[in-house]
Design a protein around this ligand. Structure first.
Ligand SMILES: N[C@@H](CCC(=O)N[C@@H](CS)C(=O)NCC(=O)O)C(=O)O
Length: 195
């Protein structure tokens, strides 16, 4: 069983989507970061950085419990565990490079868009959108079939709300976003709410 520690934010939902897509049994433990649950005694054993999401897999490698924090690490961990969403031998290099493109550029820069007043964040984000728009021309997914290279950026791009940078101005990215959002696992993960 996988215990997922998460909340309703962009990074949190990435973890939920990956659990849902993996098809493995998992339980959500809501960590209300607005109320400060991440500061509770003991949570540092689940994530020393005291952030969500994180997981404990009771059936990790060698049948021993495994602890994983960082939403992108959760995507890689569950993809490797289930041997899903990592591409074929041929497309695996593309899955790796686009996953890391998103992890190291898209997640960080777009996370600051509209939050920090710095023109380089807008111009940098526009450059990322130009790259994605060009790459997705004539393609359904970032790297062959649907993979973690699509799961990793989804919630961040879905969350873009900006006066100048609009996803609708990038039709290939907008169509990709709709395709990912239409997946039953993604819909379920985006809708689940704390009781
Ligand atoms: N790079 C981390 C970022 C995690 C993160 O920043 N989580 C936020 C919610 S989106 C959080 O836990 N905030 C609570 C806090 O900072 O106290 C990941 O992708 O997992």
């Amino acid at each position: 069983m996988i215990d997922l520690y998460t909340w309703t934010t962009t990074n949190s939902r990435r973890g939920i989507i990956m659990c849902e897509e993996s098809g493995l049994p998992y339980k959500i433990n809501w960590v209300n970061i607005q109320k400060g649950d991440q500061k509770a005694e003991g949570y540092e054993k689940i994530n020393p950085y005291r952030k969500v999401p994180a997981l404990i897999d009771s059936d990790g490698p060698g049948g021993k419990p495994a602890n994983v924090f960082e939403s992108v690490a959760i995507c890689f961990y569950l993809a490797e565990k289930t041997k899903k969403f990592l591409g074929t031998a041929e497309t695996h290099p593309d899955v790796l490079k686009w996953s890391m493109f998103h992890a190291t550029n898209v997640l960080s820069l777009l996370g600051n868009l509209g939050r920090i007043e710095d023109p380089s964040i807008l111009s940098g984000s526009q450059k990322l959108f130009d790259v994605m728009e060009k790459h997705l021309a004539g393609k359904d997914w970032f790297a062959g079939d649907y993979s973690i290279a699509d799961i990793i950026p989804y919630t961040r791009i879905a969350g873009v709300k900006h006066d100048v940078l609009k996803v609708a101005d990038y039709p290939n990215v907008a169509a990709w976003l709709a395709r990912v959002g239409a997946r039953p696992a993604v819909k379920k993960a985006m809708d689940v709410k704390p009781a």
